[in-house]
Write a protein that binds this ligand. Structure first.
Ligand SMILES: [Zn+2]
Length: 496
């Protein structure tokens, strides 16, 4: 019971945090990008690859893999850092620069060392505001995935400002050593070689000679010294797994990730040089798919991805990529078919369900409303902070003539995008339509309470809710939990 209450309040606080972040930043989203805000890239396949590589390490470190989150940051520079608790951030620049999968695993193990060591506490003490700030950006991104930005299955989101990146700084040399040592321990426990970490740092070691502004941020956040590298060399050589070969499935996933990122992020002509038509590997076809797609050469993009589908007919990510290309070019029927295949081979992937439902709804055929609702319900159960999914769900309910659920979904979307007044209006309308104390009614009331408290805290005029069946204790607990977060946020905003 206690635990349940805790989760309940935590969830409330979380939503409140989210909404504040959104309210603060949404108006300047487009600018955030120009100013170099932290942008989170989402892609079902890459997220799954990062999970594959990092989960055994988190477990070896005694962490709950479900509570550590790994984010992909769209940024050319080389960096990896931990912020706001158990959140690991990896720059696309680092993933592209890595020579092999062991380097990426080594970096993840090192970051995990910072989490599992006492570093985080000390680290956050001085920079509490800044780290929480950067995480708000991430939460915002998660909420706003919305834009659905249609970038070949990837949505790019902007969050906090440059400040976040600048501020998430520098561990001490002692902490660096400790994180290296911890990394070796985790890698030993998982019977993997730590040589990747060494070779990665070897590359960076040369940057010590550069002037600060030319160094990669990684070198600033994790001081690389020749001493550190030589100690690491010694320790790695003592490991019984120093020469353990990389796991084939990791190598495969890593190469796919690099090909996809390369094709997606680098100029198409550069991609076509690195992966010329003569290269018949899976990776080359994959990278070229994205290069052609970005050149708006739909025919060639489809030819490349179809070759992969013929070769690997059970691979959900190839169907996902194909679905995206088709959808964006207006081939809606075919997009639905491609996404259906993706869902068929990977039914647990919320992002596939959202894409499929979006394509279905775009066809505007009444017969597809029901299936779209089903896919979106599944998606929001996995990703409750995905406002885009909620918006699609409200469209689907509207078409299906279910006004009560449409109101509730709309309220969810507005809550996540910081549109407070309309969130309350919809939450109230939803409550009127549902039977009291049903889960949907409770949730609608939940949203109303969250938004009202939020408005009160922000000093906006709002009518206190009279018709609440919540107990005093319940309300009090919620408000305090929320209040604490709010104070923290105010401090953060004051700092910037
Ligand atoms: Zn470090």
């Amino acid at each position: 019971m206690r635990r349940k209450n805790y989760i309940y309040f935590f969830r409330r606080a979380f939503v409140a945090m989210l909404i504040l972040a959104v309210a603060q930043f949404v108006p300047s989203l487009s600018h955030a990008r120009d100013k170099g805000g932290l942008s989170i890239l989402r892609d079902a396949e890459i997220e799954s690859t990062l999970r594959l590589l990092s989960e055994p390490i988190f477990i070896a470190a005694g962490l709950d893999p479900n509570s550590v989150r790994t984010f992909l940051v769209r940024d050319k520079t080389l960096n990896a850092f931990v912020a706001g608790g158990q959140n690991v951030f990896l720059h696309t620049g680092l993933l592209l620069a890595a020579d092999n999968v062991d380097e990426v695993i080594g970096v993840i193990a090192h970051e995990t060392g910072h989490i599992s060591g006492s570093h985080l506490a000390r680290y956050e003490e001085g920079l509490k505001g800044a780290t929480a700030y950067s995480v708000l950006g991430v939460l915002l991104g998660a909420a706003a995935i919305a834009a659905g930005s249609g970038d070949a299955g990837m949505a790019v989101m902007m969050g906090s400002q440059e400040a976040a990146r600048r501020s998430v700084l520098s561990y001490s040399r002692i902490q660096e050593s400790a994180a290296d040592q911890a990394a070796i321990t985790f890698l030993d426990k998982t019977q993997q070689s730590s040589k990747g970490l060494v070779s990665f740092l070897d590359q960076l070691g040369e940057q010590e000679l550069l002037i600060t502004k030319n160094r990669d941020p990684y070198v600033r956040s994790h001081p690389v010294t020749s001493e550190r590298i030589s100690r690491l060399h010694d320790n790695v050589n003592k490991s019984p797994y120093a020469n353990a070969p990389s796991r084939p499935e990791y190598v495969e996933a890593f190469k796919r990730m690099q090909a996809k990122l390369f094709g997606y992020l680098k100029p198409p002509e550069v991609t076509l040089q690195k992966y010329p038509e003569s290269d018949q590997s899976l990776y080359a076809y994959y990278a070229r798919t994205f290069a052609y797609y970005r050149q708006h050469d739909v025919k060639s993009a489809l030819r490349e991805i179809d070759t992969l589908i013929t070769r690997y007919p059970h691979d959900p990510y190839f169907y996902d990529t194909k679905g995206q290309i088709l959808f964006e070019n207006g081939f809606l029927d075919d997009a639905v078919r491609a996404y259906e295949e993706a869902v068929r081979y990977e039914p647990d992937q919320a992002m596939f369900r959202i894409s499929l439902a979006q394509a279905m709804l775009s066809l505007e055929q009444p017969i597809l409303n029901g299936p779209a609702v089903k896919h979106l319900q599944f998606a929001v159960s996995r990703e409750p902070y995905n406002s885009f999914a909620w918006r699609q769900l409200s469209i689907a309910y509207n078409r299906a003539g279910n006004e009560a659920m449409q109101r509730l979904s709309t309220a969810e979307e507005f809550l996540l995008t910081g549109k407070l007044e309309p969130a309350i209006v919809n939450a109230k309308k939803a409550q009127e339509s549902f039977e009291k104390n049903t889960p949907a009614w409770v949730r609608a009331q939940d949203i109303q309470m969250t938004v009202e408290s939020l408005m009160l805290q922000r000093g906006q005029k709002t009518k206190p809710k009279k018709d609440s069946s919540a107990t005093q204790e319940h309300q009090h607990g919620y408000v305090s939990a929320y209040h604490e977060k709010y104070q923290e946020l105010n401090t953060i905003w004051a700092m910037h």
